[in-house]
Design a binder for this molecule. Structure first.
Ligand code: G1P
Ligand code: ZN
Length: 543
């Protein structure tokens, strides 16, 4: 095998965000851009000779080209084996599953979550460590530092590998195993959930609709829901992965998954609807004419975990990201287990799971998962719900209303202002920071501010401190307003406002969240001067 050492110069913008490095495709297509970042990963992780790596992505545009480059670079950097999903496909949860099952040194996942794909769309690359989870900040910071110094990368001269047929191929001394991307993951799901009960549910006429949004979960959902659980084939929507996701925006929320929402809110709607995002780690759960917020979903999974074989032995604890509602905290209290509040991003859950402190984790951004892997997991959440529905034999709506009647309702919404000028977004955040002293104790009608700060987190396992994780305005009655700038966007800035209040009155539980949160929304707009500073009079997306 001939290895080329190619001279290169650093790019200054290869700083990984909330989940890996994300840029527009043309940025990644610049000469040496991808290679520099991959070499920076390899230099940082310093894998021992002949280590194994997992490699795959969400089928988006530029996935296949990047895989061929990374394979040649892995061979030149001394890896012994790379496990690649057939067709270059691996959902993020499936990649995490493979890293753990085959005890590899880690994995490289090519994806940009829910961001649009195509020649002008987004592309991304993320390194996951040997525990199957996203690399922690100290590693991503080191990769970034290395990308600022890089002077050369190594790449083997070799023919492209046939990605569409399972089998073993060689690049010099390295083996490339092209694997079925679904089988191991489907087996893991079968070990956690009561497939026989879910099969019975479908046999009894329970109707489900799953929207893969033309992204990576299509083949996974078909194998699990249709082939293994015998759901009718027309339970699937948009099940073929496409490089541009069919022109859609593969983000499972009420705005972007509107096709599914229309079905579930239409006439003769199915009993259950679900969607997953570009790389398969997010989930949206719908009942007939009913939407379950991700924060409630986490709490409900926790409260019903004893009905599911893989969790029957009990939960060690629950973790949620700071902006996620406190619904899960109430369940944790009732179960007598700890609940951890972490910054946004799945990487903060990894240490807690590795240390055996938590079993279930969730984020308000349609992410839910458990310690079965180290990523959030869209289909896992869908199967968890199906398992609960199969046992309880009630509708989704009834299960949620009963949950609220028992625990109270954490009324919740998130308002996103997407693609606003960075200066305007920074101005809003600065204004809020500058107002901390003035806001402290301030009275807004019936609401009084108890505390405002910028959230910081001390990891209870390794003691690392993460600061600047979002402005919190906490009121004495438990209501909250959170302001945060997105760390995953690739153009302009996205400002997220998270609003939450608690409602114990069952008579109000059926009311619309926007209505119940109107006062809090007004306060948020007033103190942030958002309309004036951004020129926007309404959010781009409300979830
Ligand atoms: C968003 C979500 C966050 C999630 C991340 C990756 O990040 O808010 O919860 O972990 O995507 O899926 P953000 O754009 O807010 O930084
Ligand atoms: Zn995702």
């Amino acid at each position: 095998m001939q290895v080329h050492t190619v001279a290169t110069a650093p790019f200054t913008d290869q700083k990984p965000g909330t989940s890996g490095l994300r840029k527009r495709v043309p940025v990644f297509q610049q000469a040496h851009y991808l290679e520099n970042f991959v070499q920076s990963i390899f230099d940082t992780i310093a894998a021992p000779p002949n280590a194994t790596l997992v490699l795959g992505g969400d089928s988006r545009y530029y996935n296949r080209e990047a895989i061929q480059t990374i394979l040649k670079m892995a061979a030149a950097n001394g890896f012994g084996r790379v496990l690649v999903g057939r067709g270059g496909i691996l959902s993020t949860p499936a990649a995490s599953c493979l890293i753990r099952k085959y005890r590899t040194h880690g994995g490289i996942i090519l994806y940009a979550s829910h961001n649009p794909g195509g020649p002008e769309g987004d592309f991304g690359i993320k390194y996951n460590t040997a525990n199957g989870g996203p690399a922690p900040e100290k590693i991503t910071d080191a990769i970034f530092a290395q990308s600022r110094l890089i002077a050369q990368y190594r790449i083997a001269e070799a023919a492209d590998v046939e990605l569409d047929r399972t089998g073993e191929y060689r690049i010099g001394g390295m083996t490339v195993s092209v694997m079925d991307p679904v089988a191991d993951y489907a087996g893991l799901m079968e070990s956690l959930f009561d497939f026989a009960a879910i099969r019975e549910l479908f046999k009894g006429g329970f109707r489900v609709r799953f929207d893969a949004m033309h992204a990576v979960t299509g083949p996974y959902a078909r194998e699990i829901l249709v082939n293994r659980l015998a759901a009718p084939a027309d339970s699937m929507m948009n099940a073929v992965p496409l490089p541009d996701f069919g022109g859609g925006h593969p983000d499972p929320n009420l705005t972007y998954a509107h096709e599914l929402v229309e079905v579930l809110y239409g006439k003769d709607a199915p009993d259950f609807g679900a969607a997953s995002d570009g790389d398969g780690d997010r989930n949206m759960i719908l009942g007939r004419h009913f939407f379950v917020t991700p924060s409630d979903s986490l709490a409900i999974l926790a409260a019903n975990a004893h009905l599911v074989p893989g969790y029957r032995q009990g939960l060690a604890g629950i973790a949620r990201s700071m902006p996620t509602s406190a619904a899960a905290d109430r369940v944790a209290r009732a179960l007598g287990i700890p609940c951890y509040e972490t910054p946004t991003g799945w990487k903060f859950f990894g240490n807690l799971m590795d240390a055996g402190k938590v079993t279930l984790c969730g984020e308000e951004s349609f992410g839910t998962g458990s310690d079965h892997i180290r990523e959030k997991d869209g289909l896992w959440a869908v199967l968890f719900w199906l398992n609960i529905l199969a046992v309880r034999k009630q509708s989704v709506e009834t299960i949620v209303l009963e949950h609220w009647a028992r625990f109270g309702r954490n009324v919740y919404t998130r308002h996103d202002y997407e693609d606003i000028p960075a200066e305007a977004a920074d101005g809003v955040m600065k204004l809020l920071h500058d107002s901390f002293a003035e806001l402290q104790g301030a009275q807004f009608g019936p609401l009084q501010v108890k505390l405002c700060d910028d959230f910081s987190y001390a990891d209870p396992v390794d003691g690392s401190i993460s600061t600047g994780q979002g402005v919190r305005i906490l009121f004495t009655d438990g209501s909250r307003i959170i302001f945060r700038l997105s760390g995953t966007g690739t153009g302009g800035a996205t400002l997220r406002i998270y609003l939450e209040s608690f409602e114990s009155d069952v008579a109000k539980h059926h009311l619309d969240a926007q209505y119940l949160l109107a006062t809090l929304t007004g306060i948020a707009l007033q103190i942030s001067e958002l309309h004036k500073r951004t020129g926007r009079d309404r959010p781009t997306v409300i979830t």
